[in-house]
Ligand binder design. Structure first.
Ligand code: NAD
Ligand code: MG
Length: 393
């Protein structure tokens, strides 16, 4: 039997929910991987422990001020410690075969681009990259012969449903949404939703930011844009369906009327594992569904009054250009505002709406270069900060 090839891998955002699930899979078969870089931000202890456990070459914290702490935690291991944005980019430039992009927010964009520039396969959990700069990401991948694999559960599901299919036969793509924490709340109560209530998801165990984004449907809004960018379908072909059980992750509808649904337990290790082993399908430690015990799966249309983020995403998809970068940055700033207690839950969408409609069109219509994306991001964050200040008086 041929000896299995050791694959060089890096994990950006290793200390987060996706990063930890990725490490779980890699650690089960540690011999098969040569871990190059692990990155994190404030959780130094976890970062150092995982770097030691996986014998990484380098551990990087995005947080410049935490370098000494990281060095101390790695003392005697022979593992390099580094900190700050420059170090993150340098680590992302180190040659590898496969990268998990799991930093949260637009901060994941640049490291992901670096990985694509060196021709690595990029497993993309960081959906914000595609929302901010879809065309740039796809172009960079193409120019460097790099492969981009979706890790978001819905997009992994669509990707899997498309294996062996002709894109011309695709009529529609349906991505499902659990509805998040406030799916069944009376609309009038949303203004009083607390941070704790918004931070608990009925089905998925995820980072706090994406969990709140699930309650507001900003997560699904980002995913609509991600679907458009990744699969190249028109906005009219993409639908959102509320499916409270989170068992069907997406469906692809074909021109002969067939719907291919991807069914599985809400466990991100499936989508991560699929991207890790693609094009193979290997055994994964996820629950096997007992559909007879589950009994029924239910569906309902999304309510745009409850979730205005979905309407905003449609505007962004029509607008194209750098509208996605503006949308995402305004959303990230509004989310910071909610977490800090400056905004009420429904005010996040109001702020994003205001920013989208107040920015100078020249920022949105500029060419899609990394500089212009970052500029649009910066302008949108400033505009959102002003909008939040006005809201709070
Ligand atoms: P998380 O908050 O649990 O982890 C985020 C990671 O990014 C951590 O390692 C953190 O240290 C790092 N980080 C945070 N800010 C940073 C910065 N400014 N610079 C560099 N690193 C930074 O988030 P998560 O839930 O794991 O999500 C990660 C990404 O995956 C997000 O884009 C999210 O939308 C996407 N995603 C997550 C899930 C999920 O189940 N958690 C599902 C689908 C997609
Ligand atoms: Mg998702």
């Amino acid at each position: 039997m041929a000896r299995p090839v050791t694959r060089r891998v890096s994990i950006f955002g290793a200390t987060g929910s996706i990063g930890q699930n990725t490490i779980d899979l890699i650690a089960r078969d540690a011999e098969a991987y040569d871990v190059v870089a692990l990155t994190g931000a404030s959780n130094i202890e976890q970062l150092a422990a995982d770097a030691i456990r996986l014998n990484a070459d380098i551990a990087v914290t995005a947080n410049e001020g935490r370098l000494e702490e990281l060095r101390a935690a790695l003392a005697g291991s022979g593992i390099e410690a580094a900190a700050g944005q420059g170090a993150l980019i340098e680590a992302a430039q180190r040659p590898v075969d496969w990268v998990m992009s799991a930093i949260v927010g637009a901060a994941g964009l640049q490291p992901g681009i670096c990985a694509l520039e060196q021709g690595a396969t990029l497993a993309l959990a960081n959906k914000e990259s595609l929302v901010c700069a879809g065309e740039l990401i796809l172009r960079t991948a193409k120019q460097n012969g790099a492969r981009l694999l979706p890790v978001d559960s819905e997009h992994s599901a669509v990707f899997q449903a498309l294996v062996g299919e002709d894109m011309n036969a695709v009529e529609r793509i349906i991505i499902t949404a659990s509805g998040g924490a406030f799916r069944d709340w009376p609309l009038d109560d949303l203004a009083n939703a607390t941070l704790d209530q918004a931070s608990s998801h009925p089905n998925w165990d995820m980072g706090q930011r994406i969990t709140i984004d699930s309650a507001s449907m900003f997560n699904k809004a980002l995913e609509l844009i991600e679907t458009r960018e990744y699969f190249g379908v028109s906005p009219a072909q993409i639908e959102v369906l509320v499916h409270p059980e989170s068992m069907i992750h997406a469906m692809v509808g074909f021109r002969d009327g067939a719907l291919m649904a991807h069914v599985g337990p809400p466990d991100m290790r499936h989508a991560i594992g699929y991207a890790l082993h693609w094009p193979d399908r290997r055994a994964l430690p996820v629950e096997r569904l007992d559909l007879a015990a589950i009994g029924a799966l239910t569906f309902r249309p999304p309510d745009e009054k409850r979730w205005p983020a979905l309407r905003l995403a449609r505007e962004v998809m029509e607008r194209r250009g750098l509208a996605g970068a503006v949308f995402n940055a305004a959303k990230e700033t509004a989310l910071d505002g909610f977490i800090a207690g400056h905004l009420r839950f429904p005010q996040m969408a109001e702020v994003v709406d205001q920013v989208l409609n107040s920015l100078d069109p020249s920022h949105i219509d500029a060419q899609m270069t990394l500089d212009n994306v970052m500029n649009a991001d910066h302008m949108a964050r400033q505009a959102a900060t002003r909008a939040i200040e006005q809201t709070t008086g």
